[in-house]
Design a protein around this ligand. Structure first.
Ligand code: LLP
Length: 428
């Protein structure tokens, strides 16, 4: 089985290398915990989508939430991507790297009035509206500000993406989108409301999807609706099929992005919708396997089966505040020694210093380790640093991007003064 992240992540002799750089050396140079991303791996992932979309009017909107660091956004902006945002904070980030707001779609189930105002002011390309009350409010906000809000409705197609319940979003019991049976009526309303311009239709059925069928099912349901909507005289210019394509963490074999796109385009054409612009909102599949989290082994705590538990704990300096996925979703992420040792391997629970039993990065991993070794948690480019917190007053990690194989610090490690920056001592 190849390493997730191959060919950019590879073992050369004993050394684990990303884009040719020794991860052990990077950990020692920049300190740990440290996120390291390969820009080449990101560009390669974008190219897979863009190659398959080349003959079609399209906008590939990188889902900022997967990894919102400015260096990452710049990388995607320069490679011709648009952006999918879900908050005013994400909007400010894409503006900070000079993105044309006409390449930005605004998703999310709870947009506030202030967020709508700001997005209208800068002129985002489209609001993906997720409920009737949101539609009503957006109409009022747009009219009050004398602007026109371009909208697409996010339809919940009620298909099972076959993924973890927390990251499945296209089932009728999920909070996301407008129910399929209410969609037509909501389009009528959208077309009638002042300040709104209906431009598209949208769905996003979940994340870490490893099969093509759920996408095709959702697409079929969406196209039926488009036909019904256009019969009412409401033109739909674009189809936005969301993101969600999975990556390899363990032994999953998700379809390559170009295979997914090719099949989607084939189905769109077969049903006579080939003239529409296609939008996609991938996050994880553009960055997930481009990154690793490096962490140092602080202590090895051996179990004692005779007098207690046989469990061996490898305590590292990264924790659930740096990488929440294992604690939150029981996610399995690969863990590799940066430099392989000859010594005998043992089975370890790799855990962090946070005061919670849920603070683990990997359970029952067979590794040959010594105190002071560096470990790499794999597939950590997406939903890793973006979900980091300061729990236990831990400073957030630094991030390095390998640009043409050379390390560039794109985010400094937080300092203690950053932790207390917005706080005030009581004055009474
Ligand atoms: N578009 C919308 C409207 C979304 O809600 C999402 C992700 C995406 C696009 C991008 O999906 P992707 O291509 O990255 O799968 N924290 C979880 C994943 C949450 C995904 C939320 N929405 C995790 O670590 O697995």
């Amino acid at each position: 089985m190849s390493l997730p992240g191959a060919p950019f992540l590879a073992r050369q002799g004993r050394e684990l290398r990303l884009d040719g750089c020794s991860l052990d050396a990077l950990a020692r140079e920049f300190g740990t915990p440290l996120y390291v991303y390969s820009q080449r791996a990101m560009l390669d992932a974008v190219a897979a989508y863009q190659g398959a979309l080349a003959q079609r009017r399209h906008l590939l909107c990188y889902a900022v939430k997967a990894n919102p660091s400015l260096g990452v956004l710049q990388t995607f902006a320069r490679s011709g991507c648009g952006f999918d945002i879900v908050s005013a904070g994400e909007l400010e980030r894409v503006l900070a790297v000079g993105v044309d707001p006409a390449r930005v779609v605004f998703s999310g189930v709870g947009k506030t009035r202030a967020e709508m105002q700001r997005a209208l002011q800068v002129g985002v390309r489209c609001f993906n509206v997720e409920s009737r009350p949101e539609l009503e409010l957006l109409s009022r906000v747009a009219t009050d500000s004398g602007r026109l809000a371009r909208v697409s409705l996010r339809v919940n197609p009620d298909v099972d993406a076959g993924t973890h319940p927390y990251i499945s979003t296209g089932l009728k019991d999920n909070k996301f989108g407008i129910a399929h049976h209410q969609a037509l009526d909501s389009y009528r309303r959208a077309a009638a409301l002042p300040g709104l311009d209906v431009v598209g239709i949208d769905c996003h059925i979940g994340s870490q999807i490893t099969q093509i069928e759920p996408y095709l099912d959702a697409l079929d349901r969406l196209l039926e609706l488009v036909e019904a909507i256009e019969r009412e005289g409401i033109p739909i210019a674009h189809l936005d099929l969301g993101g969600g394509l999975g990556i390899q963490y363990a032994d999953e074999v998700p379809p390559p992005a170009d295979a997914l796109v090719t099949q989607l385009l084939r189905r769109i054409d077969a049903r006579g919708h080939g003239h529409r612009e296609l939008l996609l909102e991938p996050g994880r599949s553009l960055v997930g396997n481009a990154g690793v989290l490096l962490t140092e082994v602080l202590y090895l705590k051996r179990g004692d089966a005779v007098h207690g538990s046989a469990k061996n704990f490898c305590i590292v300096d990264a924790a659930m505040n740096d990488l929440m996925r294992p604690a939150l979703y029981q996610a399995w992420m690969g863990i590799e020694a940066c430099v392989l040792r000859d010594s005998k391997s043992l089975v370890w629970d790799v855990v962090g210093p946070v005061c919670e039993s849920g603070d683990w990065l990997g359970r029952e991993r067979e590794l040959a380790l010594q105190q002071g070794d560096m470990l790499a948690v794999l597939s950590a480019g997406a939903y890793a640093m973006s979900m980091a917190s300061n729990y236990n007053s831990r400073t957030r990690a630094a991030e390095v991007m390998l640009v043409n194989g050379r390390p560039v610090l794109i985010r400094e490690r937080e300092q203690f003064k950053d932790l207390m920056m917005r706080e005030q001592l009581l004055s009474c």
